[in-house]
Design a binder for this molecule. Sequence first.
Ligand code: DMJ
Length: 677
Amino acid sequence: MYPPSRKDFISLTLSDPHSHSYNNGKHRRQSCWRKWKQLSRLQRSLILFLLALLLIFGLLSYPSITKQWGGLPEREDWLELNDRELIPLGVKPVLGPDADKPPAPVAGPHVGDAVGPDPVLEPRGPNIPILPKPPIKKKSFQNKRGPPSLQKNGSISDTGGREKQEQEVVEDEDKEKKIVSWRGAMIEPDQATELPPSANDKEAAALPAKPANTISLEVSTGKVDRLEAVREAFRHAWKGYKDHAWGHDELKPISKSFGEWFGLGLTLIDSLDTMWILGLKEEFGEARTWVEKELSFSKNVDVNLFETTIRVLGGLLSTYHLTGDQLFLDKAKDLGSRLMPAFKTPSKIPFSDVNIGKGTAHPPRWTSDSTLAEVTSIQLEFRELSRITQEPQYQDVVNEVMKLVHRLPGKHDGLVPMFINTNSGQFTHKGVFTLGARADSYYEYLLKQWIQGGKTEDDLLEDYLQAVEGVKKHLVKQTGPSGLTFVGELSHNRFNAKMDHLVCFLPGTLALGAHNNLPGDHMDLAVQLMETCHQMYTQMETGLSPEIAHFNLQTSDGHDVVVKPADRHNLLRPETVESLFYMYRFTKDTKYRDWGWEILQNFNKYTKVPGGGYTSINNVRDPVNPGPRDKMESFFLGETLKYLYLLFSDDTELLSLDKYVFNTEAHPLPIWPSPPK
Ligand code: DMJ
């Protein structure tokens, strides 16, 4: 049930059916006065005192109440709110003499004739957040990575040379309300994001602002060492983490502080295998020392089963496989056993949260449901833990979940609802189907478990194939203006042309399936969706994708992609570069590399923080003031930079997709050898 809207609330308060006539009002006022006079002086003083108190509280709380009202749609963003204001693509910031004029009307299904002023254009404080990058300290790099089988001599670079001078984000935007998004994207209110002005700031402020699309990006493979550019980005991110958040979960790069989620050094563990793959030995060495000396799971803390499994358990297992270092396996075993209480539920569908110190587990405070993607995307890691330790209990509990979901009624041509109840083991909130938040990695893990296990588990394959058919039948549509293929959502038989950036994992997964001999039309769909995910970046003024895009189904002229104000943020997510990596590996079409290269450059331009770290931003439509959010998600190092590196690497034996399967946090796990016949 939605909370009442501000309009409803006001009309409820003001409209009293018994007070419409003037006379009635007059009589009521007179009788009120008589009653007031009958009260004792003490009673009257008390009432007046209370009224004064109420007035003061009302005045004090007014700004926060209005802010909360403003924030309601964001909190509900997966729940299909259709009344948000939309920003059509192509409406660019108007600078210069036309700045005062309203933007031209834009046609499209979500935008009426009279489009109000673009919220992006609202006046803000001083702009120009971009500064020239300080000179880069060149580091010598030893090209050795991975276990002996992965270590190669010789150049792994595309080319020599250096990246063009980058520019960085240094200034904060207006602060936004707290919203909760998905998968590690707990978006907090911006904190202390303003940096002290420096001489450089002043210099930069004098520069004219350039929208992203006027800056020519270096897309040729001939001039730039793209692999070194990824390493440089990683070193920069790591420097911020090391200087200000060492051993903590996440860096807040603007305020030069840290955020704690589970208190497990999330960024450090998520980054371990990336450092190994990128050949950053020094950084890897210091992180290993921290794992050895400081990392302890014996602490009274509630962790989210899914997030801890994909990031920490997955990170430890993958690092163990790459390095052969027993330390990481010991830590993985310790953590795995501490997560097991989550599965002690009446239905065997695990609870979302576990206290790894106390050995207790519970669902979220407000429900006994678990999220479907969460309970079905921990299998690769638990199954691998069992294989490597020869202790079957981990595999048993997660296989049980898959078996239950496999035979559960309530699917729609293979599509699953977003929630499942831990008591009854039944789907709840039925009728809403998405490939985005809360369901995404269910589909990904069907295919990947099948591949991990040597393509023998038929139920997994059957569910995957059926789901892809369901996606094609119910969720895939084309935009009116240019025929872009996208995956929308279904809500009680009503189609919603909305696609989360999270869905951009799908081209990669479909391509992986086709590579494993699944139907060829999966690859056709992958190619089309990859194009759409690319467009979600290129059609934005910063060249970075919003968190959610809406698509125009009308066969009129107009824009294909529409972004609502609440969805304009970018959290440094990996899904598009992940899919670009798969697409390049399987097609060798260099356009995919060029697309990834553009994304890296735009991350450098709009999200790189001087001194160290990258930050999520508030507004991909505003290249002048993208609005740093002061948070670097662990998956930026764990996934985004890793996939970019693998995309640019010519070494296809570096994590061959016939030998490894990547978990949903980009941690490679081995495909199991087939049992001897
Ligand atoms: C990561 O934690 C994983 O990729 C997950 O599957 C989805 N969300 C984030 C990245 O966007």
